[in-house]
Design a protein around this ligand. Sequence first.
Ligand code: TYD
Ligand code: MG
Length: 459
Amino acid sequence: MARASRRFVCQSCGSVSPRWLGQCPDCGAWNSFVPEAPAGIPRRRPAPGGQPAAFVPLAVPVALPERLATGIAEFDRALGGGLVPGSATLIGGDPGIGKSTLLLQAAGRMARAGRAVAYVSGEEAADQVRLRARRLGLGDVSLALAAATSVSDILAALGSRPRPDLLVIDSIQTMASDLVEGAPGTVGQVRAAAHELITYAKAAGAALLLVGHVTKDGQIAGPRVLEHMVDAVLYFEGDRALSYRVLRAVKNRFGGTDEIGVFTMATDGLVEVPNPSSLFLTARDRPVPGAIVFPALEGTRPLLVEIQALTVRLASGATPRRAVVGWDPGRLAMVLAVLEARAGLALGAHEVYLNVAGGLRIAEPAADLAVAAAIVSALADAPVEPGTVAFGEIALSGEIRPAPQPELRLKEAAKLGFAHALAPPGTKGALEIRPCAGVATLVDRLGARRALSRRGPEG
Ligand code: TYD
Ligand code: MG
């Protein structure tokens, strides 16, 4: 047997090192290594000679997993149709974003629908949870509530009760397992506690919802180490200064990962937003330069967002800044380079700021054309004609390429009162299309050519 010795575990990614390191070589986090006892998840002693594993045929009819509706349609949508019994789902997100609120609302609704629900809070006392439930209008529901942090205590209590359909653990960072040493929240503890709870849920056929806090400082184990242990990972995102929240699946063994659920945080809890497009649009009386609406697609759901750009001319010699909120900085650099090389825009002496309004994050290359339009409009100081949307992918050659699902995007834009779309040639749909074959055409269509040439060769 190997001598048990100390080892150091990165609290950000779970990487193990025999020595303390200042920076993690795997994830790059600083000061993230803490000493932990080497005992990990206990293993069974292998049988002498090994037990033959069962190989079975693949082509056997199987039933689709049964789904438990949470009663919150936006949550069910992000889950790919509801919770799967015997599965583990991790809900990650910054502290204060609304994870406890969401899970208590889901637990309450399921309990109301006659499901057996066990809700364990390791962060709040029972009375705090009761008060929150009252505020959410769920003060009268019948669910089993425990304020506990010891996994063995929790499992012992669950063993003596009827099996729950839903087990909520808020949060996994507060849970303590007897199987390993170390303080709750360390990677070893988080992993061992999750392993015990997942094993229980699988055996009992309960749907397990784990809350995981994401922190940047590496003191509390990020839920990233759990991502491979659970069946589904959902992130609850949003700007805490703004009221809306997006629930986004990043892993789902039972469904797609591109669906999102949208909520707003109200005084009486999270309210579903079945039609979120109007949420991200800025209402204004007069059009402003540098703003255009992009019909985005999140999974099967179209979502209208405003893209905003600002360009600032610098004195010669200074290095211009490029800052992006809500989009990929690398993609912005590419769009700027293409605008310079293929449309003759001189952006080298300009700072460029790009913002996706409302704090939403966009990952689609289909946003390229809207981004380019916002930049051209900002640079020319000429507002885009009201009622315009833009979408299409920009190639390095400057050509505009089709984006997936144009009809869906255009239908949504038409529904919200938009009249025309800057889009790749050949696009058909509910709006008047103003085709843009390349970025040079885009500049002409925006009526920016004169304004840009008036400003001289430096733009
Ligand atoms: P919470 O669910 O406690 O966040 P998390 O579990 O992710 O840490 O919710 C945090 C915030 O939500 C808190 O600042 C208060 C606010 N909130 C409301 O605005 N309305 C409500 O009805 C509730 C319960 C919370
Ligand atoms: Mg909480």
